[in-house]
Ligand binder design. Structure first.
Ligand SMILES: Cc1cc2nc3c(=O)[nH]c(=O)nc-3n(C[C@H](O)[C@H](O)[C@H](O)COP(=O)(O)O)c2cc1C
Length: 175
């Protein structure tokens, strides 16, 4: 396990993966991290779908016009859902859970990348969220927030550049 400050710095979005499958233990740790995420009122309005089927991953990769094609080359996706009937701040709940999964992936030495679903369209202009929900038989009442592509890293990425941090966006005491 890395020191947390180091982990935060080395985590980068990974869009290239080796063919190696994830172990069951790693998948369980990723899901555990999502399930341990903080949520408003402790209501855990998020749910997850684990996808390993290659044909399904390819179909999901086509649900957006841009920014999702690499999912076809990933061994696994975790689709993060949320239930607005459980919490009015389901977007935040699901986003925090997704972030926990991204950080857990880095801690396991895996690569991962968030793929946005809400407010996005495929090449024909159809809503990405509807396509993903239909492919995965998600109930109408649920929302699909993002898909996380996860796998063994297929390339090196430089850590975050300390010199490019936008410290000017930090305000002390008042804006
Ligand atoms: C809300 C959100 C939506 C994102 N959507 C996508 C996406 O659809 N496709 C993609 O390749 N990366 C996506 N990303 C990853 C960002 O592009 C990436 O985090 C950003 O470029 C910074 O790079 P880094 O993660 O390596 O630090 C998303 C990240 C966030 C937080």
């Amino acid at each position: 396990m890395k020191d947390f400050s180091e982990l935060i710095k080395t985590r980068r979005s990974m869009r290239q993966f080796t063919d190696e499958l994830l172990s069951g233990d790693d998948v369980k740790l990723l899901l555990r991290a999502g399930l341990m995420a903080p949520s408003s009122k402790g209501l855990h309005s998020y749910e997850f779908i684990v996808v390993e089927d290659k044909e399904m991953l390819t179909a999901l990769s086509r649900s957006k016009a841009v920014g999702s094609d690499f999912l076809a080359g990933a061994p696994l996706a975790i689709v993060v859902l949320a239930d607005p009937r459980i919490s009015d701040v389901w977007t935040e709940d699901a986003s925090v859970a997704a972030t926990n999964i991204l950080l857990q992936a880095e801690d396991l030495g895996l690569g991962a990348c968030w793929i946005q679903l809400r407010e996005r369209q495929d090449a024909e202009g159809r809503p990405t969220e509807d396509i993903v929900k239909s492919l995965l038989a998600v109930p109408d009442e649920m929302r699909a927030v993002c898909m996380i592509a996860v796998g063994h890293k297929g390339m090196e990425r430089k850590p975050q550049n300390e010199d490019r941090l936008k410290w000017e966006r930090v305000h002390i005491g008042q804006y």
